[in-house]
Design a protein around this ligand. Sequence first.
Ligand SMILES: [Zn+2]
Length: 99
Amino acid sequence: METIECKYCDTKISYKTSANFIIFCPNCKRNIYLECEYGYGPVTPCNILLGNEKIGTVNVDENNKYFLEYRFEKIKLNKGYLDALWEAIEIVKKKISPN
Ligand SMILES: [Zn+2]
């Protein structure tokens, strides 16, 4: 487990690392961290964490289309590679903080 501190609200978050992951702060719901192998290899599967809870994944289907699995939803992404991760971040952001 690694620990990160939210730069907006100082909440301490422990999380499990993987090759590609995005962390949202469970307190202020902001995206605080993105780590991926951009430029080196595939950026998927990319785990989306709310604190230490996994709430979603970005993945690629057999047609090379990127999609976001968020809880029980499967949402198609229009963009690809790193841009698909940013697109997923925007979608998740709206879902976890309706304001
Ligand atoms: Zn925060």
